[in-house]
Write a protein that binds this ligand. Sequence first.
Ligand code: HEC
Length: 238
Amino acid sequence: MKKGFLHRMGLFLIAVVFVANACKHSPSDVPGPDPGPDTNITGAGCNPDTVYFVNTILPLLRSGCAMSGCHDAASHKEGVILTDYQNIINTAKVKPGNPGDSKLYKVLIKTDDDRMPPPPMAAFTSEQIAKVRKWIEQGAKNNSCTETQCDSVNVSFASHIFPIIQTNCMGCHSGANPSGGITLSNYQQIVAVASNNNKLLGTIKHLPGYSAMPPGGKLDECSIAKISKWINDGTPNN
Ligand code: HEC
């Protein structure tokens, strides 16, 4: 009798924990930038026709999918963990060369409630989906590149700043329930954060008094230099 009650109580508590544990964007549970020992960091410069895992795919999946309650290691919804290369390949069933047969790609292009990230979170943009597709078509490699020459002088919002924010920030800072109440989905919103107590620069440079962003690891120096230049230029909509 008593045992039955405790058993039911236990099930009830588990159910409560599940319901309460909806997807949250907590900075603490996104792992650091180390993508694993098998990373092939070439440093050979970036080929504009190549989609690189470490530069583009990993930040996209970390900010859009690997938050607490979703696909971080602790939550691993449906067994899917999207925090590092090996887990992305294995648990999201990526078939190199074949996006149509890769679960990671198939869930992004769904149009019903099974779409990932699920409603009410924002879907990936068509450009982001195209990048995932191209990366898989190009062999789903664990590759990365460093821009050999960082052009932080000729900076435009549309060509440089917006793509950086889209890849590294928007997964958490968009949709109905943005992290920290901060939305970074368009020009006006990004300018508002940049001009509010210098929060954009403070967070990405990890200056004292600001939360370090993105939580998974610092942006590369070239991206930080471009954002600094754009802010010094007076945040033009160019
Ligand atoms: C994995 C989710 C996640 C990603 C990715 C992310 N953030 Fe955040 N961000 C948060 C959370 C959670 C908070 C609120 C808690 C805090 O301030 O630490 C926050 C807070 C902030 C704040 C307010 C901090 C302050 O000191 O007032 C700013 C500004 C910000 N983020 C900018 C960014 C920018 C810019 C990027 C991309 C370069 C980014 N975030 C990427 C989760 C994220």
